[in-house]
Design a protein around this ligand. Structure first.
Ligand code: ADP
Ligand code: MG
Length: 480
């Protein structure tokens, strides 16, 4: 067994095992400081920069403390955007995978009724955006009267998006006794006030950002006027041939324009900004994570909080508007002991900001001169060639759990009064199979899905071909 330092928190075996599978073996600083008080049900306020592992800092204690048998939601997590709600849902779900924690997610722009239906089923942790959560509360489709943990995540972004009033209103639906945890990358006054006003005696955990950028990031710059930026970008792409690249622009319009220009140049890429349709944004994030394309163009706001872990290059197509933004952007590369390259396009009027950035980061941006097209000819061909070849896709983070999991569909559902216990009862009566080999059970109208864990799928599938469930032989098939 691999040694997992999370064992010091005396976590449930299921939780520890999930963390090991996810390769979370050493807690990050924010996790070291936040997990113990959170496990003790203390109110906490946490400031720690993007990418420092805040999600698991609350997900681990919640998953650990949630009681599986209870039916009403025991934790409510608020996220400022749908993408973050989705990402955090995945993280809670993965950490709770072996404990079979159910994590419905609710956000605007997706069918309300479908969400209401999923909320009706057993759910342990609900993740959602404030507007839609409030909607469900007002319509009575979400009951948070049993919630023990209330999490306000990415609170500064919540404030920027004008959600604080909704957050406060949601609080009025919470039971008197509950633990509140607030997480934020920065702590503006309004967020601090919210904490002081609504939380009693919170433990404050403040982790300072290092302003000095790590020496794992090579910082380069090019002097360029706006009309020449696109040509320069092509040259930079040819020369660097980045494995995984994020390009930042200052406006949605610029993201759009650049996206179209790159497409026209037959370079595969994706874009993220506030006006992109929300389902499309989720797909874009997923596709980029899997490597369907390796260049992502984004605005600062659209990319905030979203986690991509293997960025090798950050290109500031437009100069960031502030020195802090520069540090945030380039901090997406050179992580986890890897090296990265940050490249900034700087026009004449932006030189002053460059000076401020260099002072703030205590590092020089090395100015480069673009190579000539002749010099780049070979690299250009190689780059374009690489664009034509589809790389094998990367596995999704939760995929480690799936290889030992088989999903079965069983004939019979709510209409024939099928309940999860009927399924559990029968499956447990099979030789060599126990309750802990059963994953998530999803009872639909006339069909039930059940996950069989630990590589026992085949045994269960075979056995159920002639073993009755609720006194009847059911049609049992493998799905996917
Ligand atoms: P934040 O909310 O602070 O911006 P996230 O919770 O999104 O950060 O985490 C950033 C990345 O770090 C994610 O890819 C997450 O899977 C990874 N991560 C978190 N904790 C650990 C850990 N203990 N070990 C390894 N990776 C971790
Ligand atoms: Mg986060």
């Amino acid at each position: 067994m691999i040694k997992n330092e999370f064992a010091t928190y005396k976590l449930n075996r299921d939780v520890l095992e999930a963390l090991t599978k996810l390769k979370y073996l050493t807690p990050t600083e924010v996790q070291r400081k936040a997990i113990p008080p959170a496990l003790d049900n203390k109110n906490i306020v946490v400031k720690s920069k993007t990418g420092s592992g805040k999600t698991a800092a609350f997900a681990i204690p919640i998953v650990e403390n949630v009681v599986w048998e209870e039916n009403a939601p025991q934790a409510l997590v608020l996220e400022p955007t749908r993408e973050l709600a989705y990402q955090v849902k995945d993280e809670v779900f993965n950490i709770g995978r072996m404990k079979r924690i159910k994590v419905p997610v609710v956000f605007g722009g997706a069918p309300f009724d479908k969400q209401a239906l999923s909320l009706k089923q057993k759910s342990h942790v609900v993740v959602g955006t404030p507007g839609r959560v409030l909607d469900h509360l007002q319509k009575g489709t979400l009951d948070i009267s049993q919630v023990k943990y209330f999490i306000i995540d990415e609170a500064d972004l919540m404030l920027d998006m004008g959600f604080l009033a909704d957050v406060k209103e949601i609080m009025s639906y919470l039971p008197e006794k509950h633990t509140t945890m607030l997480f934020s990358a920065t702590l503006p006054d309004e967020v601090d006030n919210l904490a002081n006003e609504y939380m009693s005696d919170p433990v404050k955990i403040m982790i300072e950002d290092e302003t000095v950028t790590q020496d794992t990031i090579t910082q380069l710059g090019y002097e360029v006027e706006n009309e020449e930026k696109f040509d320069l970008l092509l040259d930079v792409l040819y020369e660097q041939s980045p494995e995984y690249c994020m390009i930042f622009c200052s406006t949605r319009e610029m993201v759009n324009v650049l996206f179209r220009q790159l497409k026209k140049a037959r370079i595969r890429c994706g874009m993220l900004h506030g006006m992109v349709d929300q389902m499309e944004r989720l797909t874009t994030i997923d596709d980029f994570r899997q490597g369907k394309f390796t260049i992502l163009i984004a605005t600062d706001v659209a990319a905030r909080g979203i986690d991509f872990d293997t960025i090798t290059h950050v290109i500031n197509y437009d100069m960031p508007n502030a020195k802090e933004t520069y540090v945030h952007r380039i901090g997406r590369t050179g992580r986890n002991g890897k090296t990265g390259t940050a490249i900034t396009f700087i026009n004449d009027r932006e030189k002053r900001l460059q000076g401020l950035i260099e002072e703030y980061t205590n590092a020089k941006i090395t100015m480069c001169v673009p190579k000539s097209r002749e010099e780049l000819q070979e690299k250009k061909q190689a780059f374009l060639q690489k664009q034509k070849i589809r790389q094998p896709l990367k596995a999704k983070k939760g995929a480690v759990f799936n290889k030992d999991i088989m999903k079965l569909s069983i004939g019979g559902g709510r209409k024939s009064k099928m309940r999860a216990v009927d399924i559990v009862g029968t499956i447990c009566s099979i030789n060599d199979v126990a309750a802990e080999d059963i994953g998530i059970i999803d009872v639909r109208d006339s069909l039930t899905y059940v996950e069989i864990l630990n590589g026992k799928g085949k045994i269960v599938l075979d056995a159920l071909q002639n073993k009755p469930i609720k006194a009847k032989i059911r049609k049992v098939r493998m799905t996917r």
